[in-house]
Design a protein around this ligand. Sequence first.
Ligand SMILES: NC(=O)c1ccc[n+]([C@@H]2O[C@H](COP(=O)([O-])OP(=O)(O)OC[C@H]3O[C@@H](n4cnc5c(N)ncnc54)[C@H](O)[C@@H]3O)[C@@H](O)[C@H]2O)c1
Ligand SMILES: [Zn+2]
Length: 474
Amino acid sequence: MERAEEPLTVYTSEIRQPAVTCHPSLENSTMENLNRQKETVFSLVQVKGTWKRKVGQNVKQGIKGRVSAAKIYESTSSSGTTWTVVTPITFTYTVTQTKNLLDPSNDTLLLGHIRDTQQLEAIRSSTRPLKRFIVMDEVVYNLYGSQVTDYLEARHVLYRVLPLPTTEENKSMEMALKILEEVHQFGIDRRTEPIIAIGGGVCLDIVGLAASLYRRRTPYIRVPTTLLSYIDASVGAKTGVNFANCKNKLGTYIAPVAAFLDRSFIQTIPRRHISNGLAEMLKMALMKHRGLFELLETQGQFLLDSKFQSGMVLEDDRIDPASVSTRVAIETMLEELAPNLWEDDLDRLVDFGHLISPELEMKVLPALLHGEAVNIDMAYMVYVACEMGLLTEQEKFRIVCCMLGLELPVWHQDCTFALVQKSLCDRLQHSGGLVRMPLPTGLGRAEIFNDTDEGTLFRAYEKWCDELSTGSLR
Ligand SMILES: NC(=O)c1ccc[n+]([C@@H]2O[C@H](COP(=O)([O-])OP(=O)(O)OC[C@H]3O[C@@H](n4cnc5c(N)ncnc54)[C@H](O)[C@@H]3O)[C@@H](O)[C@H]2O)c1
Ligand SMILES: [Zn+2]
């Protein structure tokens, strides 16, 4: 049976999460503080099914039984006792690029998330039918629903496919609850029957949130069907819905067990939505990869015209712009996300284009798509970078030309200077008192800046409006 042809990345992240604590992490100063009090470190050892505390940081030697990576720090002072729990949590998920995902001879959709070979063999040799709950974007269902059900029938799966109008306007808790009601009625085994989401970023985000709420965390699988979700929403761990008129205000950082990426879905998305996805790709190019920028600069129109399907004809993935660009976009994205899955580090290059755009996107909804709002934000920031002397006029010109070539908007009348100020003010509040502005410092290079003054922002704004308000370079 054919498996995924190209497992792209296996990703593991370790996160320190204090579960019962007044100390968010045991950094040096906190440790010193604890030491000044009376403090005992306990390791945890499992003997005959029971976990026991054992005094000491490293008790592995001479101990029979399983030693947990978790620690309990007990400190006593005159005011009482505090137990600080430090428990590393590991997320492992796979991102797999595959072809012919809905071909019944390809078992990626059903089994591609299982890494344990013994478990895989046991499932393959069992006659018990698999059970899957699948949520599909309604538009995607109309296009691919019969292929999905044919696939499930051919594989003798017990299934329920739920098509839903997962639009940005419907990206709400109500939609997540609707999914949960249906999941509950259908009944799934939380450990072995992952929920599958097939659709664009909206569908993947809502289903991800629903799954992470169901029984506190039910595994889910992402199958992106837009370019934007292929290179962005399916690669990371974020789930969410809009709330109180704010983008993704409710959500979780729970990675899917797997994301299965098949570029053939992109052939049916409207041209405007390809441009939309190209904006997020351009973001990674500007921040991290000059080669990707140059590829978008020269092959942008071709990618738009061919709808990322060229590989099907060219066959050689190494020179095919669609293969190369998606691969680099995914790899650069994973590089930034893997070490910072829960966004504890607030200095994030992937935030480029996302400082002003959330406010703008919600203000004009549904006029601008996510990537379009991101591009308008990036275009303004390029002017800021130029005003700060980080980019030359020529580099600025090349970037704006590339954006226009990707058929992306570079300016919007609702992106007022007041909106810029409000967005950056909000950012200051939610980013530990620093604005943490990612700005290009060349083509494919970037740094985070905290010292951009109001005058620079305003001069850049005026120039941006002056040069780009007609929607093209003057
Ligand atoms: N979780 C994350 O890390 C993350 C990252 C980036 C974006 N997002 C979220 O993703 C959303 C945007 O995603 P999107 O651009 O995919 O939008 P979307 O989900 O709204 O899909 C865009 C449109 O394309 C249609 N569609 C989807 N697949 C199709 C196909 N194969 N053929 C024809 N039509 C198709 C949909 O019905 C919809 O009308 C935003 O809500 C954003 O917040 C999340
Ligand atoms: Zn985005």
